[in-house]
Design a binder for this molecule. Structure first.
Ligand SMILES: [Zn+2]
Length: 77
């Protein structure tokens, strides 16, 4: 696995509900070998993405910390 840290575009508010990363499932699950991690807390947002796999959104809100993360251009359609 080669992790990629995503760029945070909108940090979470201090009132956000913080949950431990292990209870949070990735928003996207692929079949490759790259994990995309929240730039704020390190939770996996897109797991096991292959080089030809894409996500259908350009930003994703981390379900653990609430930070808004931007996906790199190579993940976009
Ligand atoms: Zn996070």
């Amino acid at each position: 696995m080669s992790p990629v840290i995503l760029e945070v575009t909108n940090p979470p508010s201090s009132a956000a509900d913080h949950r431990p990363p292990e209870v949070v499932k990735p928003l996207f699950q692929g079949t490759g070998d790259t994990d995309y991690l929240c730039g704020n807390c390190g939770t996996v947002i897109a797991s096991s993405m292959g080089p030809r796999q894409r996500v259908n959104v350009d930003v994703a809100t981390c379900s653990a910390c609430g930070a808004e993360n931007k996906f790199p251009p190579n993940l976009l359609p």
